[in-house]
Design a protein around this ligand. Structure first.
Ligand SMILES: [Zn+2]
Length: 416
């Protein structure tokens, strides 16, 4: 049989002559050029942050449902988050942390009540400033809000204690808009053991905790494994039928012995599960030297204040504190955060890492160059300098977490 190869030949020539997509070499740019590109990239790409503690900051700021809320539609003096700075930094969808301190676990009902009031507060923020903020319950909500120039306020509940002892509350909180639940906070709860707690009640998940994970899969709430103990982490991975997240955890290699961060073994197990770890920017999460330095500095300052008969609010004391701290325990830098991302990428690839700053939740410990939500472009510029592509940046900013979230949505839809 005679074959006509001329079509094949023409096809090959056409393919070879196609203009190749020009790949931009960001590493060859000057720092100023790269920062400009990074800023444009941050603003044109959806950026999700796994953990911003604004609701609790508002609560501490004296929020009640009757009183004016802290107005973050305009630039605020304190805190790390507000609308203008989010716009500058290209942040589009900070997960609002519905944070329940472990102390609430002592009083039956108190955890759920607090979760409800923080959800109302977040909803009120969106209602009060509808041109700036909007609630978001899915990746597609975030895309719609992004197109309208609004900051999305998806919600994650930090501490499964909010479920109390009633499995029906998983669906209740789904209906209230919660899209991830961090299984524990600083203490063991009814669900499982916590990394910060010296007491290990179950050596992992409790039986109730196993039910909770299954129920979260069923209704479509992402399982967040930040804060849990290593055993709880492994138990949850063994049970979940969908990928998980760590909403604000960094790499333990840089903070040896700090169980709150993820070991290489856990990072690999999470990648196998298809999950995403969102890197925490807090100084003591990214650098153990900073963490130990800050406890020494704290001790010195307490003594100095006592010796000089001053309080923290005295302006002379404030000047001394910032000078002493800068000299004796300098903040880590934005490069250190990039080191964490690099480590995850080297270990398992770029598909399993995202951003979970913990802004408004880690006090004055943030690295130089990443002090608030206006500064994400500094981190993106650093990644571009290290050879990351635009596609890599998009994965880190939102594609990875959207992949997990959509898988969780799809699985839940399949359960109906
Ligand atoms: Zn936390």
């Amino acid at each position: 049989m005679k074959k006509n190869y001329s079509y094949l030949l023409i096809g090959l020539i056409a393919w070879a002559c196609q203009p190749k997509e020009t790949t931009i070499d960001y590493t060859a740019m000057s720092d100023a050029e790269r920062l400009q590109v990074a800023t444009e990239m941050a603003q044109s790409t959806i950026m999700v942050d796994g953990h911003v503690d604004l609701p609790y900051r508002m609560k501490v700021g004296g929020f009640t449902l009757q009183r004016e809320i802290l107005d973050v539609s305009v630039r605020t003096d304190g805190g790390n988050f507000d609308f203008p700075r989010s716009k500058e930094g290209g942040l589009d969808a900070p997960f609002m942390s519905i944070y329940i301190p472990a102390g609430n676990q002592q009083i039956p009902g108190a955890s759920k009540a607090l979760a409800d009031s923080l959800i109302l507060m977040t909803e009120r923020l969106a209602k009060t400033f509808p041109d700036q903020f909007a609630m978001a319950y899915s990746p597609s909500d975030i895309e719609t809000n992004f197109a309208a120039g609004k900051i999305s306020l998806p919600m994650g509940m930090e501490n499964g204690a909010g479920l109390e002892d009633d499995i029906a509350n998983v669906e209740y909180f789904y209906d209230r808009g919660i899209r991830y639940i961090t299984l524990t906070h600083g203490k063991a709860n009814l669900i499982g053991d916590s990394s910060y707690d010296t007491v290990r009640l179950y050596n992992g998940l409790s039986e109730y905790g196993e039910q909770v994970v299954k129920e979260m899969n069923r209704v479509g709430i992402m399982v967040d494994l930040s804060h849990v103990s290593d055993d709880t982490f492994k138990d949850a991975l063994a049970i979940t039928q969908v990928p998980v997240i760590a909403s604000h955890s960094s790499v333990r290699k840089f903070t040896p012995g700090f169980e709150r961060n993820m070991s290489d073994e856990l990072i690999q197990a999470m990648a196998k599960n298809g999950g995403v770890m969102m890197i925490n920017f807090g100084g003591s999460f990214i650098d153990s030297a900073y963490a130990s330095g800050s406890s020494k500095v704290r001790e010195h300052i307490v003594n100095w204040l006592a010796e000089n008969n001053m309080s923290r609010s005295d302006s002379a004391a404030q000047a001394y504190i910032s000078e002493y701290t800068a000299a004796n325990n300098p903040f880590p830098t934005v490069q250190r955060v990039a080191d964490h991302i690099d480590h995850v990428v080297a270990l398992v690839g770029v598909d399993y890492v995202g951003l979970g700053s913990d802004f408004d939740g880690v006090g004055d410990s943030l690295p130089t160059g990443l002090k608030d939500v206006s500064m994400y472009p500094n981190l993106i510029a650093e990644l571009l300098k290290r050879g990351y592509s635009k596609e890599d940046i998009e994965k880190i900013c939102y594609k990875n977490v959207f992949r997990v979230w959509k898988a969780v949505e799809d699985f839940a839809r399949g359960q109906e």
